[in-house]
Design a protein around this ligand. Sequence first.
Ligand code: MN
Length: 329
Amino acid sequence: MPQTQDQQPHALDFDAAIGFLDAGDDFLITSHVNSDGDGIGACLALVHLLGQRDKRARVVLNDMPDDPLDFLGRWEEIHEAVESPGETAPYAIVADCPNLDRIGRVQAYFGDDTRILNIDHHMDNAAFGEVNLVSAEVSSTCELLYHLFGAMQAEFDRELAEDLYTGIIYDTGCFRYSLTKATSLEVGAALVRCGARLDYLADQLYNRCAFGAVKVSGLAIDSLELYGDGKIAVMHLDHEQMQVGDAEEAVNYGLMVKGVEASVILKEERPGYYRLSLRSRDAVDVREVAASFGGGGHARAAGCRIEGDRDAVQKAVLDKLEDAVREEA
Ligand SMILES: [Mn+2]
């Protein structure tokens, strides 16, 4: 068992969660809609752990992820929710999900007497479970599971280690984002000692883009211009260029330029109708900019939709971004 005492986040009581996992013998495991590397890593790790204990467990998600994490073991055990599941689950584990609404159609699998274990690291978690194992001190749900499984004396074989490691690098951007704690690195090191292949997993997670997604990023980069004394990066793709591939990642290239505080890309979803993605460094709150156009998101990553021709849309968002950059200066 790789656990050491000083790696544990403060004041976490694992006994109730362990009691819950001991009590059931048939578990439904789920995560939020549009689930991500942490949520899916956590679901697969739980299936693996319960399998080690000869318990039945299945993963049901609202939707199958666009980017399959099929390099992880037991990927084929993930199922998409059906409209009428027939019967409800006796025991459910909800991982990486701040509230029950966010599991979407999987709610149909929950009945009045479904017992719920809630395992999460979101600050605003609604403590909706019979048992809530929630800590905002950890980088990811998978990091939290590492501590729980350690307390259960689980066997950390390669498959389990890789599920957890994948979730941690997904949420920390390979240990780069500010939510990465020294503990996250210690847990990562412990998982590598258990056999997690760090180069293989990072490669699988980051270097499997569709050909079109890389090509369309090239078109976006080609359109890159700077405004606001070099602090604002603007890119755009017209409707025809949008057909080349998924442009979800392209906005990030703007922030790579030295001195840029905020980046926006204008994507013409249909003629005369733009979807905007915004990203920023610490100084600028792009959620507020997006909200002023009816959109939303987070302080560092947000989005909105604006109707109009490109010049008008660009001017409208640039006005707001220049104000936001000036305010923080
Ligand atoms: Mn997470």
